[in-house]
Design a binder for this molecule. Structure first.
Ligand code: C2E
Ligand code: CA
Ligand code: CA
Ligand code: CA
Length: 275
């Protein structure tokens, strides 16, 4: 917060100087971190709630910064977008993810989050395909998550990009569904394979009838559009029980454990004979 106070005569306040210096250090730290391989994929389990079976993982980026410790993506993704290194960072994370996933059972899918900046690159689907081919990984195991904020962009370009990714065999999910401004008309005209309901709608599903009816309605709508639904942010057994009553959902959340690095996942899968 930068309040105009007594110090207005100064070019900037000490706190602002601090923020600027922090920002500069963040930017150079990110550049250095990419070069040094400090960014790593973590994985969150995705479960078929009807069967309780593991169906795949969402990759969530983490930065092991020597100065700041483990940093979450809400801090570094927006900066990486601003300074023009998001594509490079994302491609390196996806390559690592593919190498990790190749050790796991081929029925397990991998979801990756893609920035709107990347989606605007006309060569994006070609770049992705190249990585898949280089690493000999079937596109059908890869799910691309894009957020509703992508739909603010030229919708024709977004549609073309989604179609070309799908033609190559990847699947596309609309992430954080319900928090943005996607209209029903847009939903109908864009060929998403799945909708992910934002966790703000899931949080109260066990204690609010309005919430559970809303989730129910979204599942019905998804049926009509041929877009199955994933619920994110399942934090407790109570929430899980309420969602099981709705039915036909996939889900993920802290109830199943925190996102963890590949070694932990591999260990867990070995125990469950799922390698
Ligand atoms: P998201 O895609 O909506 O991912 C879900 C976020 O919620 C993750 O935070 C996850 O750790 C957290 N979460 C999962 N289960 C629960 C739960 O039960 N309760 C609560 N309160 N939170 C839960 P994370 O890992 O900090 O990621 C934040 C966002 O950063 C992600 O939101 C995604 O939009 C973005 N992101 C992550 N990795 C990448 C990446 O490689 N590229 C891009 N462009 N964005 C990424
Ligand atoms: Ca996501
Ligand atoms: Ca989400
Ligand atoms: Ca989110």
């Amino acid at each position: 917060a930068k309040k105009a106070g007594k110090n207005r005569q100064f070019w900037f306040e000490p706190s602002m100087e601090y923020e600027l210096r922090f920002r500069n250090e963040l930017e150079s730290g990110i550049r250095r971190g990419i070069a040094k391989g400090e960014f790593v994929p973590y994985y969150e389990q995705q479960i078929d709630l009807d069967t309780g079976k593991l169906v795949g993982f969402e990759m969530l980026a983490r930065w092991h910064s020597p100065d700041l410790g483990t940093v979450n993506p809400d801090i570094f993704i927006p900066v990486a977008e601003d300074i023009g290194v998001i594509a490079q960072l994302s491609e390196s994370l996806i390559a690592q993810t593919i190498e990790d996933a190749k050790q796991w059972h081929p029925s397990l899918t991998i979801s990756v989050n893609i920035s709107p900046v990347q989606l605007r690159d006309p060569w994006f689907s070609q770049k992705l395909l190249k990585i898949l081919v280089q690493h000999n990984f079937p596109p059908s195991r890869l799910e691309i998550e894009i957020t509703e904020s992508c739909l603010h962009d030229d919708i024709g370009l977004v549609r073309t990009m989604i179609s070309s990714l799908r033609n190559q065999g990847m699947r596309i999910s609309l992430d954080d569904f319900g928090t943005g401004y996607s209209s029903l008309a847009q939903l109908r005209s864009l060929p998403f394979d799945r909708l992910k309901i934002d966790r703000s709608f899931i949080r109260e599903v066990h204690k609010s009838q309005a919430s559970s009816k809303l989730v129910d309605a979204i599942v019905s709508m998804g049926d009509g559009l041929d877009m199955p639904i994933t619920a994110e942010g399942i934090e407790s057994g109570e929430i899980l029980a309420a969602l099981k009553r709705v039915g036909r959902l996939k889900g993920q959340g802290y109830h199943y454990g925190r996102p963890e690095p590949a070694e932990e996942v591999t260990k867990r899968l070995a125990e469950a004979s799922l390698l």
